[in-house]
Design a protein around this ligand. Sequence first.
Ligand code: PLP
Length: 229
Amino acid sequence: MATILGNIQQVRARIAKACDGAKRPVQSVTLLCVSKTFGSEAVREAHAAGESAFGENYVQEGIDKIAALADLRASLEWHLIGPLQSNKTRVVAEQFDWVHTVDRLKIAQRLSEQRPAGLAPLQVCLQVNISGEASKSGLAPAEVAAVAHAVAALPRLRLRGLMAIPEPAGDLAAQRAPHRALRELFEQLRASGLALDTLSMGMSADLEAAILEGATLVRVGSAIFGRRG
Ligand SMILES: *Cc1c(COP(=O)(O)O)cnc(C)c1O
């Protein structure tokens, strides 16, 4: 039977192989374990296997898991990777370490105002609708630069980079195209003076394509924890 430890070892091997193929050091890619819908015991197991960064999609589920794992808080990093409504920003600013899904300035302003003074700045990425899907959240690529410069100026946030969830595609070439587009946008922002270091892209099905195109953080759920119910 597949175990979380065994799955993590397989995912690490995939990341290492992809880094090798891309001639990138394996330490240049962070594994974010996406624990949405799985219980705190699954997170404990992944933590025991050496993982420390966990991603949650739903604010309340994340808050509950953070509380259930309070004993490990100092060695865990919690990332919100799901949609964030403005009425939920306060608990997120108080409890999470990262938010990958900032898609408008107003949300960023609220997070900055609500981030407690005693905590490190909240680490954020802007979500980009890189495949241009009508149903997907995220900034249109043309909107990103203006929002990025405004978010970078907020005192209690640290803008780290960009995040996207490209449309699923079958073959490697088709998977690479949207990841490449996100990386090009990222490079334009850096050339415009923003000190960004995080390209959050790649999931269980397409992490190889994302790493070939420069992902620095891959968000992997089902390949670690199994199929979601
Ligand atoms: C669920 C989810 C993932 C993980 O997806 P898998 O295909 O299970 O690896 C990554 N990113 C986001 C934003 C998600 O919602």
